[in-house]
Write a protein that binds this ligand. Sequence first.
Ligand SMILES: NC(=O)c1ccc[n+]([C@@H]2O[C@H](COP(=O)([O-])OP(=O)(O)OC[C@H]3O[C@@H](n4cnc5c(N)ncnc54)[C@H](OP(=O)(O)O)[C@@H]3O)[C@@H](O)[C@H]2O)c1
Length: 449
Amino acid sequence: MVLSFDRWVGKVAVVTGASSGIGAAIAEQLVEKGALVAGLARRRDRLEQLANKVVGKKGKLYPVEADISKEEDILKAFAWIKENLGIVHILVNNAGVAHNGSLIDDKTEDWERVFRINVLGLSIATREAIKDMKANNVDGHIIHINSIVGHQAAPNISVYPASKFAVRALAETLRLELNSMKSKIKITNISPGLIDTEAIPPQMKTEEFYKEGKIIGPDAIADGVVYALSTPPHVQVVGLARRKDRFEKLANKFAGKAGKFYPVVTDISKEEDVLKAFAWVKENLGPIHILVNNAGMARKGNIHDGDTEEWKRVFKVNVLGLCIATREAIKDMKANNIDGHIIHINSIVGHQAYSGTSVYPASKFAVTALAETLRLELNSLKSKIKITSISPGLVDTEILPQDFDLGTFYKEGKIIRPEDIADGVVYALSTPPHVQIQELTIRPIIDFF
Ligand SMILES: NC(=O)c1ccc[n+]([C@@H]2O[C@H](COP(=O)([O-])OP(=O)(O)OC[C@H]3O[C@@H](n4cnc5c(N)ncnc54)[C@H](OP(=O)(O)O)[C@@H]3O)[C@@H](O)[C@H]2O)c1
């Protein structure tokens, strides 16, 4: 575990929309962890209530009255923070409004209000925070609280999805800008599903919704913020095997730990091997609760002059082997009534193609689709088995070509370690049963791809 919040203790964190819901939960957790939190919102009384609630904790909450839809208010708030609290190290852009309505007959003012708060206010606050971080040489962290409708539109909430699509683009554009400046300021985009806050109508907060696992509390999002902030400076948020000798070494290394490691020599590209491995596990260890589909291979090469046999090998391991293992694990979980967890170790090239590694990106795009298809299937079965896709950037492992200059990559912050991915797996597994981390992108602070 390399997660630690220590570097933020005693440092200034700005949380917008801290007077209720998700923002209040984030502000509270950051104070508990030791940050000096400037909580921005229009309702001063609510901010003061929260400040009183957290008195005596490790950090402190400072109420700052500001209307995020007004630029002068944001500038005044940042000036006050600079003068009274110090340099901004963290900014959580959480303030946001949803709007029930339609694109066909809404009023222009309603659209303007949503964009002024969700997009323009967020952009102004981000610019001000980064200005302060840069002027003081601070490798800070910006977090946008987005939404799943920032990835997939939904009807009857007017321009709200459009505003959240814009937030996603803003997060990615900022990441690219920071990268081109070789800045180590981080940007994380967190996209919650349905969260129980004042923004949600009462008919969606029923016991039934909770029982069916359709809504979660704001603390789950605050946990995600703390996880992202706790990754090491070079990490950006976001066993079965063939080699027996390696396995035995690992089993020895793990001796004396709380759990136990059982080597099962398996070639994932061969269905009979996978089935045999699952049968052995069933007979010797018991029902499966967790499956981490990590086995994968990459090969240098092209599509225009590539080798068919090589392509087949990549798809057999990365796609077909993963499908077979997933099916077998779920069969076992269902037969034993276990709400287990499947984790696919995907890649950022499963979201954005990259040339030079032939069909590898295509195999990982397939993994993205497989994770989402499985989530929809499990949902339609009302199953509480979880599926998480974790997409690492460049990780220092043996999959990398021999000629990579790792020393320079480390110096430039272009590579992360396998432990950073393991931390993401433990985080996803540690969320409560009703919380599903759908996609976690964990990349080096500076882009390689
Ligand atoms: N609840 C969900 O299901 C859900 C799902 C996905 C994403 N989100 C996102 O999560 C964020 C927080 O929402 P929530 O559900 O926690 O809603 P909430 O309980 O209604 O909280 C919204 C917060 O935003 C602040 N805010 C709104 N307009 C503001 C303005 N003009 N100036 C300053 N602050 C303003 C509010 O403070 P004042 O009213 O005191 O100003 C309040 O603290 C939003 O960005 C939302 O889009 C929510």
